[in-house]
Write a protein that binds this ligand. Structure first.
Ligand SMILES: [Zn+2]
Length: 314
């Protein structure tokens, strides 16, 4: 029935008028990007397979077409969905060009068998979607390099004499490295704090579940050469991130919340959401901040002391 796998496969591809390979590759990059940088391998990610089929408005016939491989000696026939095969081939080529990493390579880093974008893959998606490069710093799309950086931060052992300030030499590193470091920091902090604000506990994601409301905050800010690591970072919701940077509150040596005495001078109708006094209710002095599970990743006391002395408004 078949002369060679390739000619049979191209025959089937033409017969069912399947989309061109380059178009499938582009659609794949865009889809992974829209899924925050990673998708499950095709054998276990049916929803992705159909999402990509929808992208090309494939007919039921195209979706259900199968390739049959006949193994005469063993007298068996193996059926592979043609669309799966085309997706796999496209992904395989993208992986060869280092635009994505293969599920086996990703699994070595994260334990999950997924196709994951690389930095080069993000650049390619931005170009295809005509999104300016400058947006790269604010979108929450993951890449292999970012995840690698985040894993290194989560697994790092704290030095005995930890210095929360960046040395001048490190601050001079290339823009690309600085960008990966900043995005890796964001990812690691949010993961370690379980996507929740360490003050009020708010955990909220976008309706498409692609990004989180919570932000990674530097305790000693970047403008004061504060480091991009877990000992100088905490996860805060937008309200508490703003209030922390503005000096409305800080933490004690024991990680208790210290509220600025200025709160007494704040007009009574300030800090309320309708009738609910969100500001005063969530910022109660002596309440403890929520800490990471691993003690070795708690914020550094020197970083917090610096914040208390330099940012907290007395
Ligand atoms: Zn909060």
């Amino acid at each position: 029935m078949k002369e060679s796998n390739m000619s049979y496969e191209s025959f089937m591809r033409n017969y069912f008028a399947m989309p061109e390979k380059q178009a499938v590759k582009d659609a794949l990059i865009i889809t992974i990007f829209k899924h925050s940088g990673n998708i499950k391998e095709f054998s276990s990610g049916e929803e992705i397979v159909s999402e990509l089929a929808d992208y090309f408005s494939l007919s039921m016939e195209q979706r259900n077409a199968v390739l049959e491989r006949i193994y005469r000696k063993e007298r068996r026939t193996v059926k592979t969905p043609l669309w799966h095969r085309l997706l796999y081939r496209a992904a395989n080529e993208l992986a060869k060009d280092r635009l994505i990493t293969r599920p086996t390579e990703t699994a070595r880093l994260t334990g999950k068998r997924e196709w994951l974008l690389t930095e080069k893959g993000i650049d390619c998606a931005l170009a295809l979607l005509r999104i300016p490069q400058t947006q790269k710093e604010i979108i929450s799309v993951n890449s292999f390099e970012i995840q690698k950086n985040a894993e290194a931060l989560k697994n790092a052992l704290k030095p005995d004499h930890y210095n929360p300030f960046e040395t001048a030499e490190r601050a001079k590193k290339s823009l690309r490295k600085a960008s990966i470091r900043a995005r890796g920091f964001r990812r690691a902090v949010i993961e370690v704090y379980n996507h929740s604000c360490c003050v009020c506990g708010l955990k909220l994601c976008a309706p498409n579940a692609l990004c989180w409301e919570v932000e990674a905050a530097h305790i000693i800010p970047h403008s004061h050469r504060g480091k991009d690591d877990l000992w100088n970072g905490i996860a805060l919701c937008r309200l508490h991130h703003w209030a922390f940077d503005a000096g409305w509150f800080s933490f004690s040596e024991e990680y208790q919340i210290i509220v600025s005495p200025k709160i007494k001078t704040l007009p009574e109708n300030f800090g309320k959401m309708n009738e609910y006094d969100i500001f005063r209710n969530t910022l109660a002095t002596d309440k403890f901040m929520m800490l990471p599970k691993t003690e070795g990743l708690y914020p550094d006391k020197k970083s917090i002391e610096w914040h208390r002395k330099n940012i907290l408004c007395n």
